[in-house]
Design a protein around this ligand. Sequence first.
Ligand code: ZN
Length: 237
Amino acid sequence: SFTLKVTSKISPDEPPIETVPEETHTGTIYLTFDDGPSLSITPQILDILKSNNIQATFFIVDYACGSEREELVKRAFNEGHTIALHGTSHQYSEIYSSLDALINNFETLQEKVFTSTGYRSYIIRFPGGSSNTVSKKYCTGIMTDAVEYFSTTDFVYFDWNVDSQDAGGAYSKEEIFENVTSMIKPNRSNIVLMHDSGNKKYTVEALQDIIDWGIAEGYEFKAITQETPQVTHRIAN
Ligand code: ZN
């Protein structure tokens, strides 16, 4: 006996009828990298993502036009990653001095990215996250006001629900791997906080293992878009 695969077409406009199971995933992993691009780390991250054919999201800070770092922004964009905005400056005393300063911090970088890539990014991440309390020192209520303001614009902000702790607390690739994989949960958007600033070599070292684990567990990896379900923290200022 043999199995006959029937592919019948009813009309040219209708898809063929097949008995192919729908592709299902355990959940989605959004790898996000903050504070780059850096000449030392970002190219290695991009190489790993490319060799795995995976897209991620880069919440970048300022860079000079015509610089090697600008080339990395263009490369990441051309390789299908989402260029998202962390802001021109990461200096809390500056960016959280007023709502205008905070808005300007995103808009100036948005403009620069547009000049570099032709892409106008509306995806943002507040330095320190939306739940930061450091901003209280500079402007009471600014995070509450910022969230309200940005909800009236096309900007969408993303925090995270998986923290690699590569910005403090994790000092080996094993710890980063453990922090990430222990917090990823099925049937939801897992937004993973990592960094690609200059000294994050453990992040680079852990990345392939994290990807291998995710694929083996049935997750799909995606870059954040404006349609991605928002993951946000509780506002604390
Ligand atoms: Zn940051």
